[in-house]
Design a protein around this ligand. Structure first.
Ligand code: GRF
Length: 207
């Protein structure tokens, strides 16, 4: 167990409800972490408002950064300057580039609303629903340079019910996200998560 809070940087593109849950868990002393910076790929992301309200510094990037190829070096530099030890993607809809992985090798985490490697991509909930699967869920994994790929840290199953609509399924998936992401971050803050040479993740004190 480390003696100082884990310093994390959070990456968002949208509403930021997962970010909010992490903010709330920290405020409630249920997660020994500090969000040192929230970066957004969109200047109008509501997640930025959530961060500002919580007194967290923000970095708002726009399309011009991505078009010019300066987004990733800017993020890497800003996160390092802020002292982030890990980067936590929470609805970040851009691919992370090599400059960020160079600064944070095996230290970027993503959450995906399906049981990877099934249903990667921007519509994981809808795609699982359309495929008629009876079980889907949530995955937290180390990110790499491919969307929704990389060593899996934790997964939770969510059953698809007979009377589910995509909206009702989505609600349960999100509720599950708000449990699993803080759980993983707690394990990370406690030093319980290691990535083996075999690229498998080992979670001490896991389930
Ligand atoms: C979540 O469903 C997450 O799994 C996916 O994007 C969504 C982000 O939602 N990667 P929010 O911005 O945290 O509300």
């Amino acid at each position: 167990m480390s003696d100082s809070p884990l310093k994390i940087g959070v990456l968002v593109s949208g509403g930021g409800t997962n970010l909010q849950k992490i903010i709330d868990e920290i405020a409630a002393d249920a997660l020994d972490a500090e969000i040192v910076l929230v970066a957004s790929s969109r200047p109008d992301a509501f997640g930025l408002e959530r961060a500002k309200k919580a007194g967290i510094p923000v970095l708002a990037l726009g399309r011009s950064y991505y078009d010019a190829g300066t987004a990733d070096p800017t993020i890497a530099r800003a996160m390092q300057d802020a002292g982030a030890e890990y980067l936590v993607m929470a609805g970040y809809m851009r691919l992370i580039g090599p400059e960020v992985f160079a600064a944070y090798p095996d230290r970027v985490i993503n959450i995906h609303p399906a049981l990877l490697p099934s249903f990667p991509g921007a519509h994981g909930i809808q795609d699982a629903f359309d495929a008629g699967v009876k079980v889907t869920g949530v995955t937290v994994h180390f990110a790499n340079e491919v969307y929704d790929e990389g060593p899996i840290i934790a997964q939770r199953a969510v059953s698809v019910r007979e009377d589910d609509t995509v909206e009702s399924l989505e609600e349960r998936i999100h509720a599950t996200e708000y449990e699993i992401y803080p759980w993983v971050l707690r394990r990370l803050a406690a030093g319980d998560i290691t990535l083996g040479a075999d690229r498998r993740v080992h979670v001490a004190n896991g389930e």
